[in-house]
Ligand binder design. Structure first.
Ligand code: GLN
Length: 497
């Protein structure tokens, strides 16, 4: 393979290089598989099946030889291990599902496969996507490629770290309360969580069904647009799937370039800055990086306006009631009867349930099942769950009020850069509090992105969060794309990868 470092290329560039026969998909796949082996200690992958990947690459090469010009044909990808796949085990980062194999592919996986993308394997994540650091994976923590003593963020930590370490050009992820945006921010990659309902949840292992959404982690907004356009769209097998015509986000990116004036392509775009997203307690380095990115957007023509999301702080207790409530219900299916682990020895049925769940679940999952069961139980339902639901509606209404004065919202993704492995100790609340800026959009079901915005303390990446109104992914992606055309934060590569 030539020395032009294909791992440095974006999905769009790889698509073109493959079309020009610079390499075959088999060559490219072999190259990335070797990198995955070499970077094994990062802990990004839970499963790599070289033979299956090379078979898919050969099939893509054959399609190309037969005249197929699909953009994503032969480009490698990898999936968060929360999407079920026919050709690889799916664990959701849990011992409960060790060795589990699904008889079908998740819709998101199937659509990318049909477009000719070559899956290299399954990516590490927090157990059942519960966490912010990937430290809740039952298998191994993931290390941040920018500083291996730090976490990559979570729960899509393997996805973010693999893209940052140039092991794969793009990966799928899921975001329930920030799990695409926060690891993208911590690992210096670009991530998008679309509006709830844009991507099918079919075959995505459920955590909190009213919040769970699939999305993309890649290196550019353009790549996010490419993948999202392919994997999204109505799916009759998900009852909450939005019935909309397929969206060509790529066409909209390029159409937009023609529209704006060349020097000020963001002319007319009003970006709202919720004052609650810039509290005095925000780490200085994060504040400065986010402000720096916003200043660039201003230079490109955007206008910054002050807005308010007064219930921002409340989104923490609201989310940490609703998400565990839904989790406790969703995870009741892991009882040793149908899926995954079953205790080897037990006395009766109840004992089998108890032992299976005690052995199969990790501490954080157990904590959430208990909290969720509590807030749903008779006598507490009204005091906690119902109140949380009412506040959730008010949080969503607050967003609608801000969108009268602006087109997009912006702020930090997280209050700090990536923390050290083990730093949070045994205090789960510390991590919960750090979700403050991602939870509001999740509760409202709005689309959000994390876009690299430079570096903070220790040279660690900082992400700019952009939030759009419902189904406004095209505007979000375009704003991020224009910023990336004018700056190079997203092109920075961690040392030693
Ligand atoms: N950090 C949040 C949690 O622990 C969000 C996780 C997610 O989005 N899957 O629940």
């Amino acid at each position: 393979m030539s020395a032009s470092a294909p791992e440095r290329l974006s999905v769009a560039e790889l698509g073109r290089a493959l079309a020009e026969r610079q390499w075959s998909s088999v060559e490219l796949t072999k190259h990335l598989l070797a990198r995955i082996t070499a970077q094994h200690e990062l802990g990004c992958f839970l499963h790599v099946d070289e033979a299956t990947a090379l078979e898919a690459a050969a099939a893509a090469d054959a399609r190309r030889a037969a005249g197929d010009t699909t953009t994503l044909l032969g480009v490698p990808v990898a999936h968060k291990d929360i999407f079920v796949t026919r050709d690889a085990p799916t664990t959701a980062g849990s011992k409960m599902l060790a060795g589990y194999r699904s008889p079908f592919d998740a819709t998101v996986v199937a659509r990318l496969r049909e477009a000719g993308m070559v899956s290299l394997g399954k990516l590490n994540c927090d157990e059942f996507a519960m966490g912010s650091a990937n430290e809740n994976s039952a298998y191994a923590p993931v290390r941040n490629p920018w500083d291996r003593s730090r976490v990559p963020g979570g729960s899509s930590g393997g996805s973010a770290a693999a893209v940052a370490a140039r092991l794969v050009p793009a990966a799928t992820g899921t975001d329930t309360g920030g799990s695409i945006r926060q690891p993208a921010s911590f690992s210096g990659v670009t991530g998008i969580k679309p509006t709830y309902g844009v991507c099918s949840r079919y075959g995505m292992i459920a955590f909190a069904s009213s919040l769970d959404q699939a999305g993309v982690l890649a290196r550019t907004a353009e790549d996010c647009a490419l993948l999202l356009g392919t994997m999204s769209g109505f799916d009759a097998r998900d009852a909450t799937s939005a019935e909309r015509p397929p969206q060509d986000y790529m066409a909209k990116l390029h159409q937009a370039q023609v529209e704006g004036s060349a020097a000020r392509p963001l002319n007319g775009l009003r970006i709202g800055l919720p004052r609650e997203f810039f509290p005095a307690t925000l780490d200085r380095d994060v504040h400065d990086a986010v402000r720096g990115a916003l200043a660039e957007m201003e230079k490109l023509g955007a206008r910054l306006v002050d807005v308010s999301l007064p219930r921002t702080e409340l989104s923490i207790p609201v989310y940490y009631i609703i998400a565990p409530a839904e989790a406790s219900s969703n995870l009741s299916r892991y009882d040793g009867v149908r899926y995954g682990h079953r205790a080897a020895q037990y006395d009766d049925l109840l004992d089998m349930y108890r032992k299976t769940r005690a052995e199969g679940f990790g501490a954080e999952v157990k904590r959430r099942v208990m909290i969720g069961t509590y807030v749903l139980s008779h006598g507490y339902y009204d005091a906690y769950y119902l109140q949380a639901q009412k506040l959730r509606r008010m949080i969503a209404d607050d967003f609608q009020a801000t969108f009268r004065d602006c087109d997009l919202l912006a702020g930090p993704v997280a209050p700090s850069v990536a923390w050290r492995l083990g730093e949070q100790g045994d205090d789960p609340v510390k991590a919960y509090l750090a979700d403050i800026f991602t939870l509001p959009a999740s509760l409202a079901g709005l689309p959000g992105m994390s876009v690299p915005a430079g570096r903070g303390e220790g040279g660690l990446p900082v992400g700019l969060q952009l939030i759009g109104n419902y189904f406004d992914e095209a505007r979000l992606l375009r704003a991020a794309h224009v910023l990336q055309q004018a700056t190079d934060w997203h092109l920075a590569v961690p040392a030693g990868v």
